[in-house]
Design a protein around this ligand. Structure first.
Ligand code: ZZB
Length: 258
């Protein structure tokens, strides 16, 4: 499985939990299969209970991901010693909530890390970028954080980090429109991020049609089909240093069930 690793830069001055990394460029790295949707990022998701590490990569930058993903990266030549990661910090997701980030392509100047409780530890980097216009999981979870003040308070999330952020129309899907995840979540009455069965239906509705019929509405590749724009936008971000390619083994040893 080939992902695009999106580098979301932690805005300086670094937050308290990362203060020992002062002087480094620090990135939360999110694995995505949809690089063409990065125009619509509104926030970054972390699981409050997942353990993350900060580790240096060859370029001198510091990445934050799960240990499992860091090890995968070490075997893909990201680190200075092949197969080895040097742990600079252990961090629980909850220590990283409300962190300000600069993310590629999005129209929002700054976006924030917010809690998502359905993140899987054994997929991607455990860091997930949020595109509520096109990903039903993201729309449902963003709505949860926007509706529930108690959830924000629990993790020290202020109103400014959440309330101004709205799904951005970036892809038109004929017959569904330019906010496909919003339309699908409404149509199937998705009640929250935990509403698995309805979210499955919403995703089914957007998935195939989005890939084969979706047309990009923004940026230099505006007007192109998603299928075509995907590789071009991935290439642009890799060339500019805003993203890197990242492979995930089909089945990792930590998830093998026998
Ligand atoms: C941006 C994006 C925009 C995504 C979209 C999806 C969609 P898949 O296809 O099931 O393999 N993701 C990545 N890592 C995790 C994780 N650890 N836990 C939960 N979700 C994760 O899913 C790949 C997508 O799942 C990734 O691509 C990421 O969200 C999320 F418009 O990034 B995506 C209909 C989907 N649309």
């Amino acid at each position: 499985q080939e992902y695009t690793l999106i580098k979301m830069k932690v805005v300086e001055p670094l937050p308290k939990s990362l203060s020992s990394l002062a002087g480094h460029l620090v990135f939360l790295v999110a694995a995505t299969l949809r690089p063409e949707t990065m125009y619509g990022q509104t926030n970054c998701w972390l699981h409050p209970d997942i353990n993350y590490i900060a580790f240096p990569v060859k370029t001198g930058e510091v990445f934050i991901s799960t240990t499992r993903a860091a090890l995968n990266m070490a075997y893909q030549d990201f680190t200075s010693e092949y197969g080895k990661t040097q742990v600079l910090l252990h961090l629980k997701g909850e220590e990283l909530m409300g962190v300000a980030l600069k993310a590629p392509l999005t129209s929002y100047d700054v976006i924030y890390t917010l809690p998502m409780l359905t993140i899987k530890e054994d997929k991607g980097t455990g860091v997930v970028t949020s595109v509520p216009s096109d990903a039903p999981d993201d729309y449902a979870a963003l709505r949860d954080v926007q509706k529930k003040k108690a959830l924000r308070d629990k993790f020290g999330i202020t109103n400014e980090m959440v309330l101004p952020y709205k799904p951005v129309p970036i892809i038109d899907i004929p017959g569904i429109g330019n906010l496909s995840a919003v339309t699908a979540c409404d149509q199937f009455k998705v009640s929250s991020q935990n509403d698995k069965s309805q979210l499955e239906k919403a995703k089914e509705m957007t998935y195939l049609k989005g890939f084969y019929e979706g047309v990009l509405l923004v940026g230099p590749h505006s007007g192109k089909k998603v299928q075509e724009a995907k590789k071009l936008i991935q290439g642009d971000m890799v060339a500019s240093g805003e993203a890197v390619l990242y492979q995930e083994p089909e089945r990792s040893v930590t998830t093998r069930s026998g």
